[in-house]
Structures are given as C-alpha cells and as structure tokens.
Design a protein around this ligand. Structure first.
Ligand SMILES: [Zn+2]
Ligand SMILES: [Zn+2]
Length: 312
C-alpha cells in the first residue's frame, strides 16, 4: 500500500524519528543570557544599597491640628567621615585588590531555575573600591562605615494620623560598598492620644456626662478646644443619655489635600451623684413624686420606648 515503498521513504527515515538538532541559541539568537537581559533589563549589575531604616517617633496630639516642624537624632551607619568611606588612613595605604584585579566588580554566573545568568556584583573583598586597605583608618578600623549621630528635620502636616510614614531618601545606612547608594530612612509617626477625644480620621468623638438636671433643663457648656476658640456645646431641654450632638468643622483638618475640618460629636451620658446628701435625697424624692404624676404609666412608657427604639 503506502509507506516504505514511497519514493524517498519515510519522512522520519528508516530509524524512526531523528530529532532535529536546534540549539536554543539558534532559536533565540544569542542564547538565554540575552533573553534574560530583555526580561530583567540590559544592565545585570547589582550595585549594593545600604539598608533602609525605620524609626518610630511620637508627636503631640496638637500636631494633628496645626502640623509641626520636628526633628530627631539617630545613630546611623554612615560612610566614615575621617577616611570618606575608603577605610584607609591615606591614599597610599592601600593596594589593588587581587580578587577583582582592582576593578571593584566581579562577574558571577548564577542559576535561576534551569537558566544561567550572569550577574555583576561589587567585589566582596574590597567592597567595590578595587583597593585593599593596608593601613586602616583608626576611626572606622578599616571598615569604611561607622555609627554616626545625625539630626533629621522633617515636617508633620495637619491631619496626620498614627502609622503615617515619612520617607527620607538617602538618609538610611550607607552602602556596604563605595559605589553603592545609601538606603532610605522611614519615620513612622505615632500621634499621642487626646485627653478626651477619640479619633476617627478627622472626626472627633467625646462623651459628655451631665447631671439629670442639666439633661432635663438643657444647658450650654464651654470647654477648651484644639483650635484657639473654646468649644460650645448646646444641650437642648429634655435630652436623654445616648443622644448625640454634632458640631461641624471643629474636628481635625482633613489630610491628603482635602480641605475643611471634621466633625466633633458629643455623646450625652448621665452622671448620677454616688452619695447624695440627705437634703438632696429629700428633694429628689419630691421631684420623683411630682414627675410620676406627669409621666405616662410605666407599662406605656416601656411600649413607647420599644416603638421609638425600633423605628431608628
Ligand atoms: Zn576587589
Ligand atoms: Zn574611616
């Protein structure tokens, strides 16, 4: 029928399938190294970078209202100021590094999965300087880096909240090698709590414990506030515990470029004298008797309360 009688024989040859020898270099023109260069960017050199640092810093609550200029002092591993980071006492006190032939860089072949990749790294022996220290600097003992106390100045903007991180570029640790970049310094801010306000973003919440008389008669109270003006809270006549009074635009400034201020909300609470005097007890009893005459019967009150509660 067909098959091996056909002129030319089996396309696979008499020995069955013979794999075509195509090297990966042929397919990709230049092999895996160049493929990886395309994926990871042409430059495969890795310049060492100093460590990032994170410090926590507490600011007073008022900073969330007004913002503030602040500063802190920290010990950071920096290039030695005496030798400029070379680690050497003088320019003559060093010789060419034998590990990298004074180039400061070393090419390393490393495997990423099944693939070879060439990586250019700072020479570990000379920390990328190409020189080995023979006469070490006394201040840093030839290391090139030393802990130094630095002052960092920064601005805290109004509306700032706990957990906000400020990034100070290049203020972190110096790179372990000479041609590396320093790391960044992050300052994580913690805002101190206010004596009575709880905070929800720019909104402020407080409890206002008042006597039965103040709730019944209504009152206006004035308390010192976070802005220069005191805070006036008008409590209407016949207020009950749990009701809230909101005062707009007296909270904290809104952050992230939004204008205006948040809302202050006061939750009314009932404060009862724990040990009233005899005369006060006598008067309260009189008020009770008179009040019972004005209020609905207890069962109706219970029903009414349930109705209004369920309407909410
Ligand atoms: Zn070297
Ligand atoms: Zn030094």
């Amino acid at each position: 029928m067909f098959g091996h009688d056909r002129p030319g024989g089996s396309p696979f040859g008499s020995d069955g399938f013979q794999g075509v020898n195509i090297s990966f270099d042929d397919l990709f023109g230049g092999g895996f190294d160049s493929i990886f260069s395309q994926f990871f960017g042409e430059s495969q050199s890795r310049t060492s970078r100093g460590s990032d640092l994170l410090v926590r810093h507490t600011v007073p609550f008022q900073a969330a209202m007004d913002g503030m200029d602040d500063e802190l002092e920290i010990e950071v591993l920096k290039d030695c100021s005496k030798c400029g980071g070379s680690g050497s006492k003088s320019n003559k006190g060093s010789r060419a590094c034998p590990s990298c032939d004074g180039r400061g860089r070393i090419d390393q072949i490393s495997m990423i999965g099944p693939f070879r990749q060439r990586v250019r790294k700072d020479c570990a022996s000379c920390r990328g300087s190409g020189r080995l220290v023979s006469d070490p600097c006394k201040t840093c003992k030839g290391v090139g880096r030393s802990f130094q106390s630095i002052k960092v100045k920064f601005g805290v903007s109004p509306g700032v909240g706990s957990g906000t991180r400020l990034r100070m570029r290049g203020q972190g640790e110096a790179a372990p090698s000479l041609n590396g970049k320093p790391g960044d310094l992050y300052i994580e801010l913690e805002v101190e709590p206010h004596p009575w306000f709880e905070r929800d973003g720019s909104d402020l919440l407080m409890a206002l414990p008042l006597s039965f008389a103040d709730l019944s008669l209504g009152t206006t109270i004035e308390i010192p506030h976070i802005d220069a003006k005191s805070l006036r809270i008008k409590v209407p006549q016949g207020s009950t515990p749990g009701e809230t009074i909101s005062i707009r635009d007296r909270g904290l400034p809104r952050s992230r470029g939004r204008s205006g201020r948040g809302t202050v909300t006061a939750v009314l609470k009932l404060e009862v004298p724990r040990k009233p005097s005899r005369s006060m007890l006598k008067q309260i009893k009189e008020i009770r008797d008179e009040m019972e005459g004005e209020l609905k019967p207890l069962e109706d009150r219970i029903k009414d309360e349930a109705k209004t509660r369920r309407k909410r």
